[in-house]
Design a protein around this ligand. Sequence first.
Ligand code: HEM
Length: 310
Amino acid sequence: MHPHHPDPRTLAQQAVDSIEDFDGPYRGFRRAHAKGACFSAIFTPNGSASSLTTAAHLQHQVVNAVVRFSGSNPDPGMADLLSPAKGMAVQFQLPDKSITNIVAATIPVFFARTPESFIDMMKTAAAFKHKELSLPEKIGAVIEHFSESKNAFLHLGALKPPVSYATSRYYAIHAFNLVNDRGDRQAVKYEWEPDLGIHTLSAREAKSQPSDYLEKDLITRTTLGQVGFKLNIVLGDKDDPTDDPTLSWPDQRTRLEVGALTITGPIAEPDDLVMDPTLLTPGIELSDDPILNFRHEAYAISHYLRSMKE
Ligand code: HEM
């Protein structure tokens, strides 16, 4: 927009700032997915991914995990019913004491293809909110990103409030590459399939839910010992796009169940928990998705800001 005055901030800084301009900042909280709850968990791989990857948690050994469920909004006080997408971030604790994450949400595609368009959309959303746009500007803004974000907004619009964090399917959205001991690469996408099935609230049931019903519900369910998810990997064909988080792969792609996650009970949030989706382990590599690759820095900035005495 101002070619002679390029913005000196990195794209990740601009992204975090643009979220704050839209809603925030909320001191001491994550700049996105601010409201959340942590749980301990056990992950039991079934070995069916071992021909595709050398990753330690996808062989045969059971590993511990920390899971944080969240609402997607930057406002930590927002009622569960009002934040449409939910998050499920899993941190696996590997036998050699290193960690690796899978960060997922309840929509299968993202609304922005690149960091630049994410920032542009957040700026527009903030301008809408602060009523800074004329009607032609509003129409122009909607049209500009329409084809890119249509898919994600259709999914968001179709989301109904879940009965429980344990009755939603979660998608990690981006492609990753699994690498086996021969160096072969396979593009995959991760999905968490709830053991309890997918259940949503009717409009009448939703009315009577307290603001924090999802966390309370999950604590109760874990005391009864009934919460679990299967980890599925979707195998990409060689022509399936790996660099575009706004596009789904065709439904008929093979889904391989590679392990089971059992949520065992609520825990306090561990110190310095950052669910950085780019923190991988040997046997898993990042794809060429530009959104995935820039999330590392955005999450680090948010972590720094929320842990400072702001
Ligand atoms: C433009 C792309 C994105 C940006 C700028 C962004 C930004 C952020 C930020 C700043 C945080 C807080 C990090 C922290 O303080 O620890 C966060 C958390 C989170 N994001 Fe994103 N995000 C992006 C894309 C995504 C996508 C595609 C997904 C879904 C797969 C996702 C799911 C989550 C979840 C589940 C959390 C909460 C993690 C936790 O529980 O600690 N984000 N995001």
